[in-house]
Design a protein around this ligand. Structure first.
Ligand code: DLL
Length: 433
């Protein structure tokens, strides 16, 4: 089943034409409405009206997370804030979050692409959709929610946490589709077994999992343990949230909703555009959004595009499961974490030395973060109470800035290995790629 067969199976020539028309209008809008882009266009000698086709995308400037940060909070909006009906936010590279805005029309686009996503995972009007993605500034919960309502499914807005209650309601309400991060899906499966519940007492048939990298092995494990079809869904706040690309039931790549978000693959070092089939950094240009239509936004996600028609009949280009990142962002329990954010927290406290190490692991299918920090040797000869207090303070500050729970280990000077080149700040034991 397809939600929008006309678009999803469109002849590519016709699709390119549609993209070109939309891009051309968008460039003109940005020229007049966003000073940041106007300046860039002028610098590159681009006049409104110059861009007429997607082939000219490469003439346009890139946009990065840093640009969003420099224009925090609303500087890149292309409409007055009064026309924005919703804000969401995700982690920035340091203290300030990345803020994204939606007009009413943007929310409609979002529901449309999420309706396509859920339909391609086999969901429909008769399904009961259990949403365990977080509701709030994170785009996961509300993004799935609106798409699910659009297709007429029965939505359970659970949000995260309280695993026992999640399982109980899933069982009582006869949920058929589960929406959460893949690691939480595995955690639920395990909790189910521990609670003595059998998977056959549930009605689950599929899950839409994303927001963090996961492997084919994890997919197999989820599918076996929960007896469902596990569908990979991809998105990022800056582009719209979930609903940028989604697998179909054939599970051979994620269809990019490129009538709204035009993808390119570039070499992350030279920024040169790479042909289909080559691995590189995924870049998106939004051609229909009103509030925050970014041009050539560098996602930092590494993948490959495949333009061959899918066995499901869709002609939309497919991206491979994400293969890694071209920066150091980690995703811990669905939260985007940059090592630099933790560094800022530590340095601002002025009570530790500038040497730290982040150790990320997965225990019982849940991510855990341990932060090792060097402190003055003197502290170790002081009362243990002082050490404990400092540990708690660091933990608290990390939690209040990043919203994640880290366990902190204070260590003596020189415990953390020094490197001659780039400092190694992260040990990720999860093997997600
Ligand atoms: O994670 C949006 C989302 C919510 C997607 C729910 C899917 C489901 P952000 O918090 O802005 O948005 O994080 C975006 O998460 O650049 C990727 O690095 C990573 N990511 C998202 N989906 C996947 C996926 C949401 N399916 C960042 N596989 C992106 C691997 C993913 N990584």
């Amino acid at each position: 089943m397809k939600w929008n067969e006309y678009i999803e199976c469109m002849d590519r020539e016709q699709l390119t034409k549609l993209q070109s028309e939309r891009l051309s209008t968008m460039v003109e809008r940005l020229y007049y409405n966003v000073p940041f882009y106007r300046k860039q266009f002028q610098k590159n000698g681009i006049e409104p009206g110059d861009i007429k086709s997607v082939d000219q995308l490469k003439q346009l400037p890139f946009t990065t997370k840093q640009d969003l940060r420099d224009n925090y909070p609303f500087g890149l909006f292309a409409v007055p804030v009064a026309d924005v009906v919703r804000l969401h936010a995700s982690s920035g590279t340091t203290g300030k979050p990345t803020v994204v805005g939606y007009t009413r029309k943007d929310l409609n686009i979002w529901s449309e692409v999420m309706a396509r996503t859920l339909t391609s995972a086999g969901a429909g009007k008769t399904d009961v959709l259990h949403v365990a993605y977080g509701y709030g500034l994170f785009t996961g919960g509300l993004g799935v929610h609106y798409g699910a309502e659009k297709i007429g499914a029965t939505v359970i807005p659970m949000s995260g946490g309280n695993t026992q209650r999640q399982l109980q309601l899933m069982q009582d309400f006869g949920s058929t589709i589960l929406a959460c991060t893949p690691s939480y899906a595995l955690f639920l499966a395990e909790a189910m077994a521990e609670a003595g519940m059998t998977v056959d007492s549930f009605k689950l048939k599929a899950g839409v999992f994303g927001a963090e990298p996961w492997t084919e092995e994890m997919r197999r494990e989820i599918e076996t343990k929960l007896k469902i079809k596990a569908i990979d869904i991809y998105g990022l706040s800056e582009v719209i949230g979930p609903g940028v690309a989604s697998e179909c039931m054939d599970q051979c790549g994620l269809h990019v909703f490129e009538d709204h978000f035009i993808p390119e693959i570039v070499d992350p070092k030279t920024l040169e555009v790479l042909p289909y089939g080559q691995i590189g950094e995924l870049v998106f240009t939004c051609v229909t959004k009103e509030a925050l239509p970014l041009l050539r936004y560098r996602t930092r996600d590494l993948t490959v595009l495949n333009v061959e028609k899918c066995s499901c009949g869709r002609t939309l280009v497919r991206m491979k499961k994400c293969l890694g990142r071209s920066d150091d962002m980690l995703i811990i329990r669905g939260v985007n974490v940059f090592p630099s954010q933790i560094e800022t927290v530590l340095l601002e406290m002025n009570e530790t030395r500038p040497h730290y190490l982040l150790i990320v692991d997965r225990v019982n299918n849940l991510d855990v973060l341990e932060v090792w920090v060097e402190v003055d040797g003197q502290l170790f000869s002081d009362e243990i109470r002082k050490l404990e207090a400092l540990k708690k303070k660091i933990q608290h500050n990390i939690e209040s800035v990043l919203g994640i729970n880290a366990s902190v280990k204070l260590v003596e000077p020189k415990t953390i290995e020094r490197s001659e080149g780039k400092a190694k700040r992260v040990i990720d034991k999860r093997k997600l790629m």
